[in-house]
Write a protein that binds this ligand. Structure first.
Ligand code: 9MR
Length: 349
């Protein structure tokens, strides 16, 4: 049940911040789900519908149907839309992986053709795209996935194998050539915590961003997914120092996919669990906003509609549901909602 009162999007906007969330086109027919989006979000990002497998399921054959459902909803309710994601190692249709394996020339033409098919068609609705998603390898010890195979700092993907490390820069240049005013974002996860592997991933990210900016690559922003883990410690200082370095490169910072995975050992009762999640969100989002971040998206609004409740690798094994989003399973506002509202309402210099 959506609750009355001013939503997060409105509170954020009054303070110069844009708040949004991921949306699933298949759920928009659910009145309660749609009402939550209308009430809380100012900006929407498709959870699946703008990925390669959704947009170009067969070579040269584009399908904008599911994305169009979201775009129509956004337009009807005065919401902005962002795009996710043009180049990613996941959500690739099988034919794409086969094409990339044919070598650099084929990979280049597939990438250019995808951008030719997608960017003009989604303009003017989408003015901000995750151009490259999750290109950096997870360091040793990262709990997200077993250490990802890597070549240097980069994740070993079909794109890297086809084009070498330059594929990232090529993707940004191709996007800019097709749309000179689009905001182009590099998006990744595991960058927020106070752990050796998060620090190593921050260093890898800075090396990549410095290389791109140094080569005058058309990159505008870093997207921090912020899939937070309660089992990983957090301290504002290392995260703030990282964000300062990113901002010094002239890049904007966005929080693109915020949610919280609760600890293996849960606090004893729901109020304690929710307080812990809210406090973590207050710290992380407060630090990001202090560093000049002005766009925050959660990866869904309610615990019911979250990948945290559905993905086998991340769902809880104890029968509980992660309480890692602003609304509970029934749509009620939780302390995390309040933490976001307070963070958005706090005056910053
Ligand atoms: O939440 C998304 C899930 O429904 C999809 O099945 C999955 C594969 O496309 O992607 C999930 O979203 C991911 C996002 O695209 C990139 N960052 C991590 C997100 C959670 O896995």
């Amino acid at each position: 049940m959506a609750q009355g009162g001013v939503g997060l999007g409105t509170i954020a906007r009054a303070n110069g911040i844009t708040f949004g969330t991921a949306v699933n086109s298949g759920k928009l027919g659910d009145a309660a789900y749609a009402a939550q989006l209308v009430a809380e979000a100012q900006l929407l990002v498709p959870e699946w519908e703008a990925k390669w497998a959704a947009l170009q399921p067969r070579p040269g054959s584009f399908d904008f149907g599911p994305l169009g459902i979201i775009a129509s909803f956004a337009q009807a309710h005065g919401k902005q839309l962002r795009g996710h994601a043009l180049v990613w190692h996941a959500a690739m249709p099988p034919w794409l992986a086969e094409g990339l394996a044919e070598g650099a020339a084929r990979a280049r033409s597939l990438l250019a053709a995808h951008m030719d098919g997608v960017l003009p068609a989604t303009r003017p609705a989408i003015r901000d795209w995750d151009v490259v998603n999750e290109a950096i390898a997870n360091p040793e010890g990262s709990p997200f996935t077993a250490r990802t195979p890597s070549q240097g700092d980069l994740r070993d993907t079909p794109w890297l194998r086809a084009l070498g490390p330059g594929y990232i820069e090529e993707a940004f240049r191709l996007a800019r050539e097709r749309d000179r005013t689009l905001r182009l974002t590099y998006n990744d996860y595991g960058l927020e915590g106070d752990s050796p592997w998060a620090e190593e991933k921050r260093q890898r990210t800075l090396r990549l961003l410095r290389r791109l900016v140094g080569a005058q690559c058309p990159l505008d922003a870093l997207g921090l997914q912020a899939h937070l883990l309660m089992d990983e410690p957090f301290r504002p200082e290392p995260f703030a120092a990282f964000l300062r370095s990113v901002r010094e490169l002239g890049l904007a910072v966005l929080v693109t996919e915020l949610d919280v995975r609760e600890a293996q050992q849960l606090p004893p009762d729901l109020p304690s669990r929710d307080a812990a999640v809210a406090e973590r969100v207050r710290q992380v989002i407060g630090t990001a906003l202090d560093a000049g971040c002005r766009t925050v998206l959660t990866w869904g609004l309610s615990d019911k509609d979250s990948w945290l409740a559905q993905d086998r690798d991340v769902m809880r094994k104890d029968g509980q549901v992660h309480r890692g989003l602003p609304l509970d399973e029934a749509g009620g506002r939780k302390p995390m909602w309040q933490a976001l509202a307070t963070a958005f309402g706090t005056r910053r210099g």
